[in-house]
Design a protein around this ligand. Sequence first.
Ligand SMILES: [Zn+2]
Length: 325
Amino acid sequence: MGSRLRPYMTDYGPLILDGGLATELEAQGTNLQGDPLWSARLLQTNPQAIRDAHYRFLLSGADVITTATYQASIEGFIAHLDVSSECARELLMSGVQLAKESVNRFVSDSRPTEQRRPLVAGSVGPYGAFLHNGSEYTGAYAEEMSVEELKVWHRQQVDCLAAAGADLVAFETIPSLKEAEALVELLREFPNSKAWLSFSCKDGRCISDGSLFTDAVQIANRSMQLVAVGVNCCPPALVEPLLDSARSLLSPDLSWVVYPNSGEEWDTEQGWLTSGKTSASIPELCHTWMKQGAALIGGCCRIGPAHITELRQQLKGRCSPASAV
Ligand SMILES: [Zn+2]
């Protein structure tokens, strides 16, 4: 485990992340398909659904829950919710508040012997998620943008999450090196904030824009505020070769963060193709990742609370004590 993550560890073994928040919201009957704000719309229309989804992940054993702000932005809220910029800012901050309320409920419902106080990670998705044109999976937009422009885009969101008191910022599903550079630079403007930086990947060596994962790790090494770097929303089978490709480069201060999707295929027209054969699952592969140095392990799209329970059983050899509540 990298040294910067140590203050966050309250238990033995890796910290367990949640699964896909939107996956769980949809499993409970919310329709997010095709929505330009995705799960972030519910910050305005159904905050209770977000609290409940967070709570189910906490019961399933997550040590860290991630806010419903992946696709949230001041500009997006003004355009799609017809609200003022002040109201948009409050909505963004409410993502952290809802997650904290769920943590408080979880802690007060837990047995007194339960020492676990879960963390709240404020989700920041790539600029391409706002564009809502599939480019979040290629990073193509970054070719036309400067590092400075990408920093301007992300600044308000990071500012809101930090102001609302997120324990960590989760820069996630980042497809491009340039955007990663922008985020690492931007983070310095918030010197009290810690973060992880997680990339989407196209194969066992490259992130989504085709750059080598090793180059992505070198960017992370430059930051004094990152606790972890890694990959999310890729098939589980890609994780081991990706981490292996960069194993000699990772700074001793950093850990790996790993939260793949289920391995099912995403089709921009049809959504998740559930019929295809899926690769080995997260609970089957988690010990390998742990041996490789992963200290934050969870799931992304198509991973629900039941998978997180299974992951916790694999990693900690027991159910979450709170699951008996
Ligand atoms: Zn995902």
